[in-house]
Ligand binder design. Structure first.
Ligand SMILES: Nc1ncnc2c1ncn2[C@@H]1O[C@H](COP(=O)(O)OP(=O)(O)OP(=O)(O)O)[C@@H](O)[C@H]1O
Length: 354
């Protein structure tokens, strides 16, 4: 089961439900064979964008090209896409085998070929031995695998997944996302995965688009977006972000970041003066015994034990900063209400000019 890999190009896509603009000027290129994620909060337009690619919902303005061919005027069944929904309900009165065979029967595939392709698809998701079970005799994870088998059996050229793991419990989601990635790699299918869970996107996709209010904020590899977000929305959506507000100022020929409450931190590089925010990840700030030009004073206001790490919330520079210290047995634990010095690694911070 291996099909020709097709890329997807989306060109200036707009879509509104009545007065409500849901997608605004979406431009995107997904490479053949790529595992791509749409990540964003609830209501950001991820599902609407995915459904537009599948051919469901109102016709958008703009172009959607699959393998170079504009498909906006084609019905879903002529686009060669397979979609797995959040509510992947299997037919309850059909066995696993019949569920997977259903789409092939609809397409009038000869029965000998149906038998072979269903076996192959069930083999792919590791459930051939359950072919004669009924859906209510399967676990949630097994049902989800059958839903995948039911989609890939029709040999789509594009696989669209709309929050396919959201009905599963946390540990099964982690296992299933690895299986999903393995399956995608095996089939080499260009895949789009919609999720609001950044960990799920990070752990599977080659690249992702972060959406907010129907607008793509940034496109890139998970690590690029985490390390180099273009704005505060992306910074906050891709993990814990400490944001210091202040300004870049030149003092004695050197650039400094001056926080709103007056602390000064050194800056390198060619930066322009003016108001800005600095985004620092929890691991870019550490509690230290030192006092120096790269440190600021603060007070621990809260502490959480996270297992491998201890998370401190430290009130400093007019903000509540999240500081993660790795935990090892016998290591120091700083009590709440203690005054501390924080070493701030400004080199790893991201400066966002207002
Ligand atoms: N059929 C519809 N009619 C009117 N408005 C709709 C329709 N479908 C979606 N919307 C609106 O479009 C916006 C985007 O919805 P969409 O489902 O694409 O978001 P999402 O990012 O996938 O969110 P979620 O993660 O909650 O599914 C929302 O404001 C939603 O209320």
């Amino acid at each position: 089961m291996k099909t020709e890999m097709l890329g997807i190009e989306i060109d200036d896509l707009h879509l509104a439900f009545g007065e409500t603009k849901v997608l605004t000027g979406v431009n995107l290129t997904i490479a053949p064979g790529e595992f791509f994620a749409f990540l964003g909060p609830s209501g950001s337009g991820k599902s609407t964008l995915l459904r537009s690619i599948a051919g469901f919902g109102p016709r958008p303005a703009g172009a959607i090209r699959i393998g170079g061919k504009n498909v906006v005027d084609l019905p879903p069944w002529k686009r060669n896409v397979g979609m797995v929904f959040q509510s992947y309900a299997l037919w309850p009165h059909m066995s696993v085998r019949e569920n997977v065979a259903f789409g092939l029967r609809e397409r009038k595939v000869p029965s000998a070929e149906i038998g072979r392709r269903v076996d192959e698809a069930l083999d792919l998701v590791g459930l051939k031995h359950l072919a004669d079970r009924m859906p209510n005799q399967l676990s949630g994870g097994q049902q989800q695998r059958i839903a995948l088998a039911r989609t890939v059996v029709i040999e789509p050229q594009i696989l669209l997944l709309d929050e396919p793991l959201s009905n599963l419990d946390a540990s099964l989601r982690v296992q299933m996302r690895r299986e999903l990635l393995a399956l995608q790699r095996k089939l080499g299918l260009t895949t789009i995965f919609v999720t609001h869970d950044q960990e799920e996107a990070n752990s599977t996709c080659d690249r992702m688009a972060v959406l907010d209010k129907g607008v793509i904020q940034q496109i890139g590899q998970p690590q690029e977006l985490y390390d180099d977000p273009v704005n505060l929305f992306v910074a906050r959506f891709l993990g814990t972000a400490n944001v210091l507000e202040g300004r870049v100022e030149k003092q004695h020929e050197a650039l400094r970041f001056v926080t709103g409450s007056g602390e000064m931190l050194p800056l390198g590089g060619a930066l322009s003066e003016g108001p800005c925010s600095v985004v620092l990840r929890p691991q870019n700030i550490t509690i230290t015994d030192r006092h120096g030009p790269d440190t600021i004073a603060g007070t621990v206001v809260h502490r959480e034990f996270l297992g491998s790490q201890i998370r401190y919330i430290v009130s400093a520079a007019g903000a509540e900063l999240v500081v993660d210290e790795s935990h090892h047995s016998g290591g120091r634990i700083v009590p709440v209400a203690q005054d501390v010095s924080l070493a701030v690694n400004m080199e790893s911070g991201v400066l966002l000019h207002a």
